[in-house]
Each structure stands twice: as structure tokens, then as C-alpha cells.
Design a protein around this ligand. Structure first.
Ligand code: ADP
Ligand code: MG
Length: 246
């Protein structure tokens, strides 16, 4: 089967701390991958390296026909990669001084180079899709946590990216807002958007993922379809982790 997204030998160090120790992954078109594992294990760093928010020391990331090799990546490669990947942050990371609509248009006008009018029309369409058609003029502080994260997701959706990256998108939310955010991600997943989601919501991972990847110590320990990974994990470390969280 063909990989739409191919990650080969990804290594990331912070000083002497090797946080990603050779990650290889291949995603089929439309595949939805959940990443689980103990905290401090490199899950966020993996997603951040895929968008070059953190620059890996080694490794090759291929998205479709775009190949970015850490050994020789130039600014233009990084920008091209960012055009093809959307990132949803744990803490929303919205611009506090911009309205919901402007948070969504920002990437379209800067990264994509769209005209203001075209970006506004796209943002209004997205606001409808995320159930915030009447809140486009609101600033983040006037929105609930759930609404803010829906804007964070809408901003990533607007880019029409080949790959969406979700880093624990519900873990900063009060429990009352978790459901509406998971519902939105579920809808995106139903559209067979290629995605990687780091999550502590094991039930959700089981429900939406085609594949679950268990990471520990900067490496992929084990991966497989949800029923296999959750039902009959092979590695002791995977089983110990699942016992702790389950
Ligand atoms: P996870 O998301 O699995 O909890 P992270 O990817 O956030 O793990 O972190 C993995 C390791 O990398 C941790 O030891 C963390 O302290 C370290 N780390 C992450 N970001 C930085 C950074 N900007 N500078 C130094 N160390 C970092
Ligand atoms: Mg993390």
C-alpha cells in the first residue's frame, strides 16, 4: 500500500536529551492515527517536528510529493510543509487580540497568500461548520473553552491540509466542553481526513482511529488497529501503560 505521509528516521534532541530516537511511520491516504503513551515520551515533539515547529536533527518527512530532509531543509521547504499540515494545540493558541474570524483568516492570508475577501468567505464557511456562525466577531476571551478550541480546530480545517495534527486537543478543557470538541473531531475523522491525534481519551482513540501507536522513550513500541492494541497488546510496556490509564 502506498504511503501518503512517510516519516523516516526522525530524531530530535534537546541538548543531550534524545527525545525522538528514530521514528518511522507511514500513513495511508485518509488514515487516522492515534498516538498514546506516558507523558514526557515525545508525543508532542513528534507532532511539532512534523510541522517543523520543532526542527528535527535527522530524518525525512514526505507529504505527497513534498520531501523535507532535516539534513538540508531550507525555509522554503518548511513553509511548503506548513502549507500541507494543520496543527491543533492543547491550549488553543489563539491570537487573543483577534476575533474568531480573524484567527481563522490569519493562516489563509499569511501562509496561503489568499486575498482578504476570499479568506473571509472561507472563514465564514468554517465558522458555520464548527457551529459558531454567530460568533465570528467575538474575541477568544468572550468564548468558552470549548468554543475557543473549536476555533483552533477551524483554523486548522481552513487550510485544507493533507495532514491534521491534534496535540491532546481536549486535555486543557473543563469536562463540560470535552464532548463538543470530540464531536467536531469525530466529524472531521468521518470525512476521512488524514490525521494524527495525541490523546488520553482511550475510548475516543478506539472509536475514531484506524491505527493506534504506542510510544515510550522517544520510540514507537507497538502499533496496530485499535482492537489489537487495546485488546491484545504484545509488549509488556504497552500492557503496563494501558493498565495504568484504563
Ligand atoms: P509528551 O508530549 O509525550 O508528554 P514531549 O514531547 O512534550 O512529551 O516531551 C518529551 C521530552 O522532551 C520531555 O523530556 C521534555 O522535557 C523534553 N522537551 C520538550 N520540549 C522541550 C524544549 N523546548 N526544550 C527542552 N526540552 C524539551
Ligand atoms: Mg504532550
Amino acid at each position: 500500500m502506498s504511503c501518503e505521509i512517510e516519516i523516516t528516521g526522525l530524531v530530535k534532541r534537546f541538548g543531550t536529551n534524545t527525545v525522538l530516537d528514530g521514528i518511522d511511520l507511514c500513513l495511508q491516504p485518509g488514515e487516522r492515527v492515534a498516538i498514546i503513551g506516558p507523558s514526557g515520551t515525545g508525543k508532542s515533539t513528534l507532532l511539532r517536528c512534523l510541522n517543523y515547529l520543532d526542527r528535527p536533527e535527522e530524518g525525512v518527512i514526505r507529504v505527497g510529493d513534498l520531501t523535507v530532509d532535516a539534513a538540508r531543509a531550507k525555509n522554503a521547504d518548511v513553509l511548503a510543509l506548513r502549507r500541507r499540515t494543520g496543527f491543533v494545540f492543547q491550549n488553543y493558541a489563539l491570537f487573543a487580540n483577534k476575533t474568531a474570524r480573524a484567527n481563522i483568516t490569519e493562516g489563509l492570508t499569511t501562509v496561503r497568500g489568499w486575498s482578504k475577501d476570499k479568506a473571509q468567505a472561507r472563514a465564514d464557511d468554517i465558522l458555520t461548520q464548527i457551529g459558531l456562525a454567530d460568533r465570528g466577531d467575538s474575541y477568544p476571551a468572550a468564548l468558552s473553552g470549548g468554543q475557543q478550541q473549536r476555533v483552533g480546530i477551524g483554523r486548522a480545517m481552513a487550510l485544507d491540509a493533507d495532514l491534521l495534527l491534534f496535540d491532546e486537543p481536549t486535555s486543557a478543557l473543563d469536562p463540560e466542553w470535552v464532548g463538543e470538541v470530540l464531536d467536531l473531531i469525530r466529524r472531521i475523522a468521518d470525512g476521512r481526513q488524514t490525521m494524527m491525534i495525541v490523546t488520553h481519551e482511550m475510548q475516543f482513540a478506539r472509536e475514531i482511529a484506524d491505527r493506534v501507536v504506542f510510544m515510550e522513550g522517544g520510540r514507537i513500541v507497538e502499533q496496530g488497529p485499535p482492537e489489537q492494541l487495546f485488546g491484545r497488546a504484545q509488549d509488556d510496556r504497552t500492557r503496563a501503560f494501558l493498565r495504568r490509564v484504563g
